[in-house]
Design a protein around this ligand. Structure first.
Ligand code: FE2
Length: 191
């Protein structure tokens, strides 16, 4: 059941947002592995698989010039970019399980409350979002983007570990580090 919608959605996402390449697929797989390590049940793992694919679906509404800009965004562009979780939520809330839409809405909230769009904190952020955040951050660092070359896996693992308790949920980072130790992190072709 998981494979059919996921593959169709990946095709749509990758067609619309050129910068994504295999990003959503790797985020989805890593999110499921993290959720599994945290002991989540099959229903939540199914939700994570889809939330991993769809977390950035709201970017479909953003200008290609912002998405592919090879440098830092200015204030106006950043404000627009930071609307993508709410846009994604609006697109999915009446079509998907509410926990999937919520995972999309809160996937840029930080554990220390300094994220967006609402500045939720700690366990006030839904667990599925805290998991997607770690998977997304890892893959964003280890993939080549318009604004940065791919960074080494070791660097990404170090950065995520360093930000446990500030940006990331320490419990999710613990599982992430376990996956890294047994070479179970997905690898972008550009890494
Ligand atoms: Fe995002």
């Amino acid at each position: 059941m998981r494979e059919f919608p996921k593959d169709i959605l990946i095709e749509v996402m990758e067609g619309v947002i050129e910068d994504l390449h295999g990003h959503v697929h790797r985020v989805s797989d890593l999110a499921v592995n993290l959720g599994s390590g945290l002991g989540l049940g099959e229903d939540d793992l199914e939700r994570l698989a889809l939330a991993g694919v769809l977390h950035d679906v709201g970017k479909i509404h953003l200008d290609a010039g912002i998405l592919g800009k090879p440098g830092p965004l200015n204030e106006v562009e950043r404000d627009l970019m930071q609307r993508h979780p709410e846009l994604g939520f609006a697109m999915t809330r009446h079509r998907l399980d509410p926990k999937i839409s919520e995972a999309i809405l809160y996937h840029h909230e930080r554990y220390d409350g300094k994220g967006y769009p609402f500045g939720l904190e700690g366990e006030g952020i839904p667990l599925l979002s805290r998991i997607v955040l770690v998977a997304d951050a890892y893959d964003a660092m280890t993939s080549a983007r318009a604004y940065q070359p791919a960074l080494p896996v070791d660097f990404a693992v170090h950065e995520i570990t360093r930000n446990a308790g500030t940006q990331f949920d320490p419990a999710v980072v613990d599982v992430f580090v376990e996956l890294a130790a047994i070479d179970k992190l997905p690898l972008s072709l550009s890494a």
